[in-house]
Design a protein around this ligand. Structure first.
Ligand SMILES: Nc1nc2c(ncn2[C@@H]2O[C@H](COP(=O)(O)OP(=O)(O)OP(=O)(O)O)[C@@H](O)[C@H]2O)c(=O)[nH]1
Ligand SMILES: [Mg+2]
Length: 307
């Protein structure tokens, strides 16, 4: 085997799209690990998160380094949303390929705005963008796909258009094959068993935020950030203390819930996830604190890790 074959195809793939199309669900399905949090509410992902899939099976190794990005926001509602859009633009600039995700049954103004950000292929070269038509499980007829594919193909010279269901894990091998064609030959970028660049503290804080997103009413999640205040861990167990930051006093009461029930439920679900992540029993203490208008406060964004 020559060197090139031994190293295989490897590179970065940015996953972009408007909010809530299923980018993080697709990343987790492709990587096979719960790297990036998901919820039915838009604006779940706030930062770039890497998920690594290494396919070491002969004849050639492949390593995909997926960059999950926040859903591209149509309006800059706050400093946080501006930072989220900057994260999308930065990811697009530095990757080898782009995975653009839309919902199979519609094309919206939000999709159009993301399309406008995509790099135009250089003269005589093919594009580096693969389009995934996600949530095909929600289509009433498989026949509905053909006209959809024709319609989106006319909008941009995609390298490929692949129908998938991230939730049902359908269509993923053809999607990977199309993306692999766009990656350069080279040595592996990450260790064989590494599936993210994020440390466990980040993953734990994100799991807590995920449970809050899933359990709270629509008006609240955008205003929640989670910090880890204490982390003590030995071979047998871990003790973690975390704060859920909200923007207003009224929100604090909503997160805590009647008699503390809501916060207990968030803590119970998050604790179970974190115990799986660490493969040991976990004690998790959660607190709720108010930091007024943290969404627009540069110092707070820095303190909460949204640089
Ligand atoms: N039916 C169906 N639902 C899906 C599929 N993929 C994702 N979803 C759902 O769509 C919702 C949004 O999924 P996310 O993965 O959080 O979407 P996202 O694009 O990362 O969202 P943001 O991070 O907010 O931009 C969740 O409720 C998912 O369960 C799919 O293939 N089929
Ligand atoms: Mg997401």
């Amino acid at each position: 085997m020559n060197d090139a074959a031994a190293s295989g195809r490897t590179g970065y793939v940015a996953i972009v799209g408007r909010p809530n199309v299923g980018k993080s669900t697709l990343l987790n399905a492709l990587v096979g690990e719960h790297v990036s949090i998901t919820s039915r509410k838009p604006q779940t992902t706030r930062e770039r998160v890497l998920g690594v899939l290494t396919d070491a099976a002969p004849p050639a190794q492949r390593q995909f380094v997926f960059v999950d990005t926040p859903g591209f926001q149509q309006r800059h509602r706050s400093l946080l949303t501006r930072r989220m859009n900057e994260a999308v633009a930065a990811a697009l600039a530095e990757v080898d390929a782009v995975l653009f995700v839309v919902e199979a049954d519609r094309w919206t103004e939000g999709d159009q705005r993301v399309l406008a950000l995509l790099p135009q292929p250089a003269e005589g070269q093919g594009s580096r963008v693969v389009l995934a038509l996600n949530k095909t499980d929600e289509l009433s007829h498989r026949d509905a796909l053909l006209p959809r594919i024709a319609e989106v193909a006319a909008r941009y010279p995609f390298a490929a258009i692949v129908p998938v269901s991230a939730e049902k894990r359908q269509g993923l091998p053809p999607l990977l094959d199309e993306l692999a064609k766009l990656l350069p030959q080279g040595p592996l970028l990450f260790e064989l068993d590494q599936y993210t660049d994020r440390n466990v503290r980040f993953l734990a804080a994100e799991r807590i935020r995920e449970k809050a997103f899933r359990l709270l009413g629509d008006e609240l999640p955008c205003g929640i950030a989670v910090t880890i205040d204490q982390w003590e861990e030995d071979e047998q167990q871990a003790a973690i203390a975390a704060t859920l930051w909200v923007e207003r006093d009224a929100h604090k009461a909503m997160v805590i819930g009647a008699g503390g029930a809501k916060l207990r439920e968030i803590g119970r679900l998050a604790r179970a996830d974190i115990a799986t992540l660490l493969a040991k029993p976990v004690r998790l203490d959660t607190h709720v604190r108010v930091r007024k208008h943290w969404n627009d406060d540069p110092a707070a964004l820095r303190a909460f890790g949204y640089e």
